[in-house]
Ligand binder design. Structure first.
Ligand SMILES: [Fe+2]
Ligand SMILES: [Fe+2]
Length: 446
């Protein structure tokens, strides 16, 4: 249902005028509190939209409730939104924004964990084909997903999309921002969703917002209307979290205020307080801009680091997965540019290699906190949580079929990694002893 605010025309007394003022001011403030830019109510679609009622751009989005799944799609002509699944049906919302397509959102409810669901979407007359997906069981002992960033549409991006589709074990995709690179041309979003529909309609693609979602003239309007995490398009948050098997995922926005006085910071503090590490031993933050990057094009986002690094360390974030710089880099566990013992600080990944032109120039020498980097490849990161082994495996796959990097996180144990990376986290005196011992072995004298 479209949200409408009605005001009683009979209000005339001074007291009521004051009440009305408070109400109006409150309404003006609500979008800011929710972290949105310019507020807009859902826009009804014009009758002038012509073309097919055939659903396209069908894609799934998880909600906070694992027994639900949102499905979104588009049509050329306006019409109703209905989803049918396993003998049930639900009516959703249809709406428009500054583009000549109608958009639809409906929610499947009462889903059993780990079960295959068959569904179709349509307007009651024209339907999509039958589509199947398997719900995520939050208590499962294994969970596999793919993380990408800086995707768009290109030959390399298509290889990444095709690889995602080919991985029949992947249960979810995350994008750390810079999704379609529509940059104001809304038909590019249409192409992006249609190209990736075969995957998106069977596994949810969850997103952090990037700077390229802030489009000329319409800001984040396309992102807000085309993705959804709460089933309410008009209050689309730019930061939210999900509990997946073994992993608590936070999707934050580096494109909105995040300093200690911001709504996002307060939300992050509160979200961290809700995490039960017995249920989700790993915590991953998805952000578009990176706190650590040794690429010369953008580099580390220092404001982000100053605002949030200590919060992430205090709350024992395991991995931060960002993009923005179009290369691959993995840091050692790091705090204030000083390498730490594993478990004492997050590992930061930049994975902006989803298909956009590579940023090849790197800072030299390679900073000590940078564990691995490569600057002219494209690919995706595959992550696997294993509840038996209590591990999280990450593998950086290149589009040429080779593997560029891989590492394993153990709950409460060090990363499997080259040994030299750990000396920096020890007490300074011990570190000095190690350096002197190593130097004497190599015949270096001070
Ligand atoms: Fe970016
Ligand atoms: Fe980018």
């Amino acid at each position: 249902m479209l949200t409408k605010t009605s005001i009683d025309k009979g209000i005339t007394s001074g007291k009521n005028v004051r009440l009305l003022s408070v109400l109006l001011i409150s309404l003006l403030l609500i979008p800011a509190v929710q972290g949105q830019g310019a507020s807009e109510a859902l826009q009804e679609c014009p009758s002038t939209l012509t073309g097919s009622t055939q659903p396209q751009q069908i894609h799934l989005q998880t909600t906070e409730n694992p027994s639900e799944m949102n499905v979104l799609w588009a049509t050329e002509r306006r019409g109703n939104a209905e989803v049918q699944w396993d003998g049930q049906s639900a009516i959703g919302e249809s709406y428009c924004y500054n583009h000549d397509m109608a958009f639809h959102l409906a929610t499947m409810t009462g889903l059993e964990p780990g079960e295959e669901v068959s569904y179709r979407v349509g307007d009651g007359n024209t339907w999509s084909s039958e589509i199947s997906f398997t719900t995520i069981d939050p208590e499962a002992n294994r969970f596999e997903w793919i993380s990408i960033a800086d995707h768009g549409i290109s030959g390399e991006a298509d290889l990444v999309s095709d690889a995602i589709l080919a991985d029949s074990d992947a249960q979810m995709v995350t994008i750390s921002g810079d999704i379609s690179y529509a940059n104001g041309d809304q038909s590019i979003w249409d192409d992006y969703f249609n190209y990736n529909q075969n995957s998106m309609q069977t596994i949810p693609w969850m997103t952090s917002v990037g700077n390229h979602e802030n489009e000329p003239g319409i800001e984040f309007e396309a992102y807000q209307h085309r993705f959804d995490s709460e089933g309410e398009i008009e209050v689309e948050p730019f930061w939210y979290s999900r509990n997946l098997p073994g992993v608590h995922m936070i999707f934050m926005s580096s494109e909105h205020p995040y300093d200690s006085s911001s709504a996002q910071f307060s939300w992050l503090e509160n979200d961290f307080s809700t995490i039960d590490r017995d249920i989700t031993p790993f915590v991953i933050v998805y952000s578009h801009k990176p706190m650590y990057s040794s690429n010369s094009y953008h580099g580390s986002e220092f404001e982000l680091r100053e605002s949030l690094e200590s919060l992430f360390i205090t709350n024992q974030v395991d991995i931060v997965i960002a993009g923005h710089d179009h290369f691959y880099e993995r840091t050692h566990p790091v705090k204030a540019e000083v390498v730490q013992v594993a478990g004492e600080a997050p590992v930061h990944l930049v994975i902006g290699i989803g298909g956009r032109d590579a940023y090849e120039e790197l800072d030299e020498p390679q900073p000590e906190w940078s564990a691995y980097r490569e600057n002219n490849t494209y690919g995706w990161t595959r992550l696997v949580y294993d509840g038996e082994a209590q591990t999280l495996d990450l593998t950086h796959h290149r589009t040429d079929g080779t593997i560029g990097d891989s590492f394993t996180l153990y709950v409460n144990q060090p990363i499997i990694e080259p040994e030299e990376s750990y000396i920096y986290g020890f007490e300074p005196f011990f570190t000095l002893l190690v350096i002197i011992a190593a130097a004497s072995r190599k015949g270096i004298s001070f």
